[in-house]
Design a protein around this ligand. Structure first.
Ligand SMILES: *Cc1c(COP(=O)(O)O)cnc(C)c1O
Length: 370
């Protein structure tokens, strides 16, 4: 079986973990946490990094940092992970959805403008599967309407928009370090920002809103979203090889692109002229004229030993939100189509060219012979 993902942990991970254990520093107070924060914030070129326990927590902390109030709206793509909507709902805010572009699978900028109301507080672009969102128009809209931009760069470590790093362009931005992300700490996340106030509020909300100088006194409800020194130790070792990992992803993406170039009925990932795609996951969308939807295709590939994962199902199609009276009558045709026709192929950092070749042969075989 060629797994859809496998992390690469053969750098200094083991040594740094042993240092944690030998020194007794295993909680969030240990020295690797600060070091990891510095490495990630420095990488994207921002002043502050606030490490948290996962990417979902990073989004929640970011939304808390901007003081989102009940009833305020945050515009986001329907085609994303539930964490984006959750972060807004937890504070009583309202997620407002837009469709995605058919080629980049990122939020459709043209639809954002029409969804801005007097209640809008923020826009949350999500860089999808390693391809950046077209950020300039988003930043322009945000400036014009005095909105915050919260980038979700969980899938786009190392990706670039017009030479700028994903996770560096919004006011406050989020990363995930889950095991399938480009840099991993097993579970983990980070909020990055240039804004001193937002960073201070992110730190407050990460740590139960303990007040500085008066520990057991609270003016707001926070959470315990702290990252441990153990996680950060792995993160530091991973960051030492960050560029190498990005290059591996890009190289694997290029091999897939080359081998799939002449295969009909399969849409491949885009790379716009202004984009550096890091091919976090190598996604494909099956033409509706092929005999397959993603589910049927995935089970045929599984029989051939190829691991895959389906694309996201849009937020507007989630029963949990319908039951809350949200998005019930909304339709987003691109998200609906790619949710049914899209899947991603093995994309781990340990993947060999041979394995990619085998995966592509299986894909071609199923497309041609059924
Ligand atoms: C993985 C991911 C998250 C959530 O990260 P976790 O660490 O799993 O909580 C958020 N947004 C996007 C786009 C992701 O891919």
């Amino acid at each position: 079986m060629i797994p859809v993902n496998e992390p690469l942990l053969n750098g200094n991970e083991r040594q740094y973990l042993l240092e944690c254990i030998d020194s007794g520093w295993i909680s969030s107070e240990g020295p690797f946490v600060k070091k990891f924060e510095e490495m990630v914030s420095c990488y994207v070129g921002l002043k502050h990094g606030v490490a948290v326990c996962n990417g979902t927590a990073a989004l929640e902390v970011a939304v808390s940092a901007i003081y989102l109030k009940p009833g305020e709206e945050v515009i986001m793509p329907t085609f994303t992970i539930i964490s984006c909507a959750l972060a807004v709902l937890r504070r009583g805010g309202i997620p407002v959805l837009v469709d995605v572009e058919p080629d980049t699978w990122c939020m459709d900028i043209n639809q954002v403008k029409d969804k801005i109301t007097s209640k809008t507080r923020a826009i949350m672009p999500v860089h999808m599967y390693g391809h950046p969102v077209d950020m300039d128009p988003i930043m322009e809209l945000a400036e014009k309407h005095k909105l915050y931009v919260i980038e979700d760069a969980a899938e786009a470590y190392g990706a670039e928009y017009k030479g700028r790093k994903c996770g560096s362009m919004g006011h406050i931005n989020c990363f995930s370090f889950y095991a399938n992300k480009i840099i991993t700490t097993g579970e983990g996340g980070m909020v990055v920002t240039n804004d001193d106030k937002l960073a201070e509020r992110a730190r407050l909300h990460r740590n139960l809103c303990f007040k500085e100088g008066r520990r057991f006194y609270h003016e707001e409800l926070g959470g315990n979203y702290r990252m441990t020194n153990l996680q950060a130790a792995v993160g530091v070792a991973q960051m030492e090889r960050g560029e190498e990992f990005v290059e591996i992803k890009r190289k694997n993406g290029a091999i897939y692109n080359r081998l799939l170039a002449d295969v009909d009925l399969i849409q491949k990932p885009a790379e716009k002229e202004w984009a550096k795609n890091v091919y976090w996951m190598y996604g494909i969308v099956l033409d509706e004229n092929s005999r397959f939807n993603a589910e049927g295709f995935a089970s045929r590939l599984k029989e051939k030993g190829i691991g895959t994962r389906p694309f996201f199902l849009g937020m507007h199609e989630q029963p949990v939100f319908h039951n809350m009276g949200l998005f019930k009558t909304e339709q987003y045709p691109v998200a609906e189509r790619i949710a049914r026709q899209g899947l991603y192929l093995p994309s781990g950092l340990t993947l060999t060219e041979k394995q990619i070749t085998i995966a592509v042969e299986a894909v071609t075989d199923v497309i041609e012979k059924g």
